[in-house]
Design a protein around this ligand. Structure first.
Ligand code: SER
Length: 319
């Protein structure tokens, strides 16, 4: 039986992954955790929750031992824009946190899901349909932490035979919780402002192309990878995944189909623009499709329609 610990459970992905895993494996078998405990109906108020300092080996160890955890979805991480504001804090959470999770997983023989990112690529990587295996020389501290994390996960798999798997996420679009401090956050903020104000000021240039993925595909993809036959996985850790290739201009045009008066203007943030410019325009995710059946359901049109209807309903309730 799976006993799962989710770190960073109150973040953008955790807020939806925890209830998804609880539906699948049973509420008591999914322990959510976070640096602080705050009310959150889908995570804290409806199942087990532990306050967890991801940089404390003792703390991680005691939670894993207490609940008999055998699988960790390690989501706790700072994102790219926040990282440029405080590189040292990012390193502490992303790298010290990861190695303590890996060491504790080694002790208790846990499987691990590690989310990596398109940020592992850099200006020297091919820009279009960036391959699974290619140059990865990132220039953001976030990207450096994610490529180091990928290598560390591979090392623990090879040296200690730990079952570690992971995906390189593009920008994640979702309606339940806001992303915190990423370069791709515009693709979520635009929906909130479209509904609330009918206009949005974007911090990236209109033709900045970055791949995106909608939350239902994020959830299905993570669990499908963790359930995949290990014999079929040649890469294991850090599969490119993608679903939607889009620019701010194209996304705003799609929103306009539903909100005809919607308008967008641009006030470019040089830090986030430089990060976006260093990332791929689009990813080649054929390895994920071939090795474990990655097959996202949501394209730009379906995502926009669903996102607007979910967010409108949520904002109406005053959440
Ligand atoms: N969404 C992340 C960021 O923008 C990329 O993985 O930092």
């Amino acid at each position: 039986m799976k006993k799962i610990l989710v770190t960073g459970a109150l973040g953008q992905i955790g807020t939806e992954l925890v209830p998804y895993l609880r539906d699948k494996y049973g509420t008591d078998n999914v322990i959510a955790s976070g640096r602080i405990k705050e009310s959150c109906e889908s995570v804290v108020d409806t199942g087990p929750f532990e306050i967890l300092d991801i940089t404390s080996r003792e703390n991680i160890s005691s939670v894993i031992k207490k609940h008999g955890v055998n699988t960790v979805y390690h989501l706790a991480s700072l994102l790219s824009a926040t990282g440029e504001e405080n590189p040292q804090a990012l390193w502490d959470v992303n790298m010290n946190g990861l190695i303590k999770i890996l060491e504790t997983a080694r002790e208790y023989n846990c499987s691990i899901f590690f989310p990596s990112s398109i940020a592992v690529f850099g200006p020297d990587s091919p820009k279009d349909k960036t391959p699974q295996d290619t140059v990865t020389r990132p220039t953001s501290i976030y990207g450096i932490s994610k490529i180091s994390g990928e290598l560390l996960c591979d090392y623990y798999h090879t040296k200690y035979e730990l079952d570690i798997r992971g995906l390189r996420y593009p920008g994640v679009i979702s309606s339940a919780a806001l992303p915190g401090g990423g370069t791709t956050d515009y693709a979520v903020h635009i929906f909130y402002d479209a509904i609330k104000k009918g206009k949005y000021t974007c911090f990236l240039e209109e033709n900045s192309s970055i791949d995106m993925i909608y939350m239902p595909d994020v959830l299905e993809g993570a669990v499908k990878l963790m359930e995949a036959d290990p014999g079929k996985l040649q890469h294991r850790n850090a599969f490119n995944v993608s679903a939607i290739s889009v620019t701010p201009k194209e996304l705003s045009a799609e929103i306009k189909k539903h909100i005809p008066d919607f308008s967008i203007d641009y006030d470019v943030d040089p830090v986030r623009q430089a990060i976006a410019d260093s990332w791929p325009n689009s990813l080649d995710d054929s390895a994920a499709r071939a090795e474990w059946g990655w097959n996202p359901r949501y394209d730009l049109e379906m995502m926009t329609k669903d996102m607007l209807s979910k967010l409108k309903a949520r904002l109406k309730q005053g959440d």
